[in-house]
Design a protein around this ligand. Structure first.
Ligand code: ATP
Ligand code: MG
Length: 426
């Protein structure tokens, strides 16, 4: 075994899985397109400040999960831990917020976390963001879009929509005060993490995975009591819209999300099919972020899907995409292969939808046919000595025993096109 291994938490996606990823990507691109969202491609590296300012200095991500380094010019840069900050940066930089923007992006994100099932140090997110709409129809559309994606992938029944309103920054401030007062009275019952957060970022204590903390929080004041009227009205409108399409939801008053920039609506799609890593998608509104990055005040909302967790769900359902081979070409030796080569190129152009593999590396007919069988192809195409002499080719069915036909070279493409068309009509 080699001494070289991938870096801990950074995972290779092997051919046996990449087809499933491609299918996932194709389904999401189609759904996003249908809803009128356009792709934006963003750099993987941004300035460290971009993340610390937007995600929040006192968050897990910025405090202990970022891959931060100084470049050769001593500028502090970070591998992106999420996509919203970079997307907002690009919107402001290119002045896109003049008009309503509905954007999506996809790619690797980096967080220094303890690797486990559904948690990696390099993972992938599909992010969707809408800019320039203050009304909750945007929130509703984002949720329905994600739901359409679950339907397209056949995982809808595994996922639950949890939703909450965290109100305006002002109402959150009032809530924070009340929460700190309550938790200070129970300081001795707090675990170390929560004691620390009580000083730095008390709202994050609500996110604690420690069951003792969750029990204690049962008696704590809740954010709902502090929500401002506008946030409350918008939340009611959003729920009305979800009701109108029959989209079920669970209102989770504990849901606050770990990033600082959210306001009003926050939501997560969760599953119990993945153990502790049960959140497949999270998002919400972030009306203050664009202005914070120096742009004109622009309301916005978005969400991000953890694609590894989605792939785990699909695999758990036994979804597997097998590679396609339609035709496998076997030849009787060097001269026959040389003869076949240009003909196969022409055939590939004539039948762009068929996967046509030419056997490589020589070998006996027997071994070549074994490969042809294993490829799953429907036909083997045989260029033997007699075919070579008569400018013809033999087409052998690999599905029905003994069925074969020898055709003049120039009739092959048409014959195959008809055979494959019949298959579709079957
Ligand atoms: P978690 O509570 O699981 O750490 P998070 O709140 O940190 O999630 P977000 O920042 O909201 O996650 O990112 C959106 C989604 O990205 C998550 O819901 C999850 O599906 C996925 N995700 C986040 N961190 C990782 C990771 N380290 N490995 C794999 N997927 C991740
Ligand atoms: Mg996290």
């Amino acid at each position: 075994m080699t001494d070289y291994r991938s870096v801990r938490g950074m995972v290779d996606i092997l051919p046996e899985d990449s087809l499933l990823w491609q299918r996932l990507e194709a389904v999401s691109a189609a759904v996003l397109n249908q809803y009128g969202y356009q792709e934006i491609r963003l750099p993987i590296i941004e300035t460290t400040q971009l993340f610390s300012r937007s995600i929040g200095e006192v968050t897990d991500i910025v405090e202990k999960e970022m891959y931060t380094f100084a470049d050769r010019n001593d500028e502090s840069l970070s591998l992106r831990p999420e996509g919203t900050a970079g997307c907002v940066r690009a919107v402001v930089q290119h002045n896109l917020q003049q008009t309503v923007q509905k954007l999506w992006y996809q790619g690797p994100m980096f967080r220094y976390e303890r690797p486990q099932k559904g948690r990696q140090r390099q993972f992938h997110q599909l992010g969707v963001e809408g800019f320039g709409v203050a009304t909750p129809d945007l929130d509703a559309e984002l949720i329905l879009l994600s739901s359409a994606l679950w339907c397209g992938l056949g995982v809808k029944e595994l996922l639950t929509l949890e939703i909450n309103s965290i109100g305006s920054p002002q109402s959150r401030g009032l809530f924070r005060e009340a929460l700190v007062e309550f938790l200070s009275d129970h300081r001795n019952a707090l675990d170390d993490d929560s004691q620390r957060r009580l000083e730095t970022n008390p709202l994050r204590i609500l996110d604690s995975k420690n069951p003792n903390m969750q029990a204690l929080l049962g008696g704590a004041p809740t954010l709902v009591e502090f929500i401002d009227d506008e946030s409350r009205d918008d939340f009611a409108t959003l729920l009305e819209m979800l009701d109108a399409v029959g989209q079920p939801y669970v209102i989770n008053n504990r849901l606050v999300r770990g990033l600082d920039y959210y306001n009003k609506t926050v939501f997560e799609w969760t599953t119990d099919a993945l153990g502790a890593q049960g959140t497949v998608c999270g998002g919400g509104r972030y009306d203050g972020l664009v202005a914070q990055f120096g742009g004109r005040v622009t309301p916005a909302a978005g969400f991000a899907i953890g694609l590894e967790r989605l792939v785990l769900l699909l695999k758990g359902l036994g979804r597997h995409v097998t590679p396609q081979t339609d035709i496998y070409v076997v030849t009787a030796g060097d001269a026959a292969q040389l003869h076949a080569l240009p003909r196969i190129e022409t055939l590939r152009q004539a039948l762009p939808d068929q996967a046509i593999q030419l056997h490589l590396g020589g070998g006996s007919f027997k071994s070549q046919f074994k490969r042809a069988d294993r490829s799953g192809a429907r036909f083997a195409l045989v260029y033997g000595d007699s075919e070579l002499a008569s400018e013809s080719v033999t087409l052998k069915s690999l599905r029905s025993e003994g069925e074969q036909v020898t055709l003049p070279d120039n009739q092959l493409a048409e014959f195959l096109a008809e055979s494959f068309a019949e298959k579709i009509g079957e």
